[in-house]
Design a protein around this ligand. Structure first.
Ligand code: GUE
Length: 379
């Protein structure tokens, strides 16, 4: 069954692959019947066991061999477009793996993984994200629970909702959609989420563990984890490379900087008070843009061949859309893709991966919680 799915994945990936890709200054032209992403045989990655087994990577290895056989690996550098890192497709592949894991949890423990999503107020974007999270849960066999609370809910009432989910044996992950209304102390609410159910990875213990060598958080925040997973699955080398993170938020910039450092990148965090941000970004082999400013990163901020991961989702007015707006990233995609080696689009890049990592965290968390419960109270 798994093999059949993996084969299907390969075919799907092959079908959609681009024709011209540039990897580390070399230009490869290859047959779309073969699989992306490409891999330079000199690239060495500290791949996780999960990633090493992934259908995407096994494809990539085959591609490498065929490129070497064609004698094109030493092709001279020419200006080409970046390889698009397809977060939507990668998400589809990973969600199939998660669906198998969720089914295994259900058959082993008699209970599906459960995720509770708490939404406060009526922000349109938050409501949209919450809807996509619920749909994604249904698609992979995670049971979703949820509460929608009015904008003027008190902090105590919201705390009570979190505590009830902490005590609910059917709920293995709790997510309180951010931002919360101004009158609520966000920190107090996030700290109240049980560590075992902190699928967002926002608890100080989980964030703190990221920053320490030799320690593993119970959960890693979804967007940062999604960025790293995309780099891994597209065989972008991290160890020894220069990474620049643009933005220092608690939910993206800071944790992603720690993850990159843990993978042995040399990391610089660039923020609103940084002098000469552009020059620093232009030295990056890996650039993570998470600053929340529409199309701020132009081509002259990017080193040729760099991997550019765009975390921004900025709405800009667009009368041609039914919603009246369209989403753009923090990166000026059209010009940067002419210079970068790899680039994520918006939409269809990091966004879908954020939700996928949430599903993964929830499924792994359920497995951990249910196993602990089976082993008994003394363990
Ligand atoms: N507790 C909490 N955890 C979060 O993880 C969290 C949060 N609060 N608050 C808001 C941000 C933002 N976020 C996104 C999730 C998916 C897409 C996503 O799927 N975007 C689609 C496009 C969606 C569209 O078209 O509207 C894409 O980029 O392709 C984007 C953004 C999670 N967040």
């Amino acid at each position: 069954m798994l093999r059949a799915l993996q084969h299907m994945d390969r075919c799907l990936f092959t079908f959609r692959c681009s024709r011209v890709v540039s990897v580390q200054q070399a230009t490869f032209r290859f047959n779309p019947q073969q699989c992306p992403p490409p891999l330079n045989s000199s690239i060495k990655l500290g791949l996780s066991a999960r990633a090493a087994e992934s259908p995407v990577l096994s494809c990539a290895r085959r591609q490498t061999r065929s490129l070497a056989a064609m004698g094109t690996a030493e092709a001279p550098a020419t200006a080409t477009e970046a390889q698009i890192i397809d977060g939507k497709l990668t998400s589809e592949l990973i969600r199939k793996e998660i669906a198998l894991e969720a089914a295994a949890v259900k058959s082993k423990y008699g209970k599906a993984p459960g995720l509770a999503v708490v939404l406060v107020g009526s922000r349109g974007d938050s409501a949209t994200y919450v809807r996509s999270k619920k749909k994604a849960c249904a698609d992979v066999g995670i049971e979703s629970f949820g509460r929608e609370l009015p904008e003027d809910v008190s902090e105590e009432e919201l705390l009570k909702v979190v505590q009830d989910y902490n005590a609910d044996d059917d709920v293995h992950g709790i997510l309180v959609q951010l931002p919360l209304p101004k009158h609520i102390n966000e920190q107090r609410i996030l700290d109240a989420i049980s560590l075992d159910k902190d699928v967002d990875g926002f608890h100080p213990f989980n964030i703190g563990s990221l920053a320490m060598r030799g320690r593993q958080p119970l959960y890693t925040s979804c967007t940062p984890k999604g960025c790293l997973e995309l780099l891994r699955r597209y065989n972008v080398p991290i160890s020894g490379k220069r990474a620049v993170v643009l933005g220092r938020s608690n939910i993206v910039g800071m944790p992603v900087a720690h993850l990159l450092q843990a993978e042995d990148a040399t990391v610089t965090v660039v923020h609103s008070k940084t002098k000469d941000a552009q020059a620093l970004c232009a030295e990056a082999d890996i650039l993570i843009a998470a600053i929340g400013k529409a199309e701020m990163v132009k081509a002259d901020w990017v080193k040729p061949g760099a991997a550019v991961i765009d975390v921004g989702t900025n709405p800009v007015p667009d009368d041609s859309k039914k919603s009246g707006y369209r989403l753009v990233g923090d990166v000026a995609f059209r010009e940067v893709k002419e210079k970068a080696g790899f680039i994520t689009p918006v939409p269809g890049g990091v966004g879908p991966m954020t939700i996928t990592m949430l599903l993964q965290n929830c499924t792994e968390g359920a497995q951990r919680i249910l196993e602990k419960a089976r082993a008994g109270p003394s363990s």
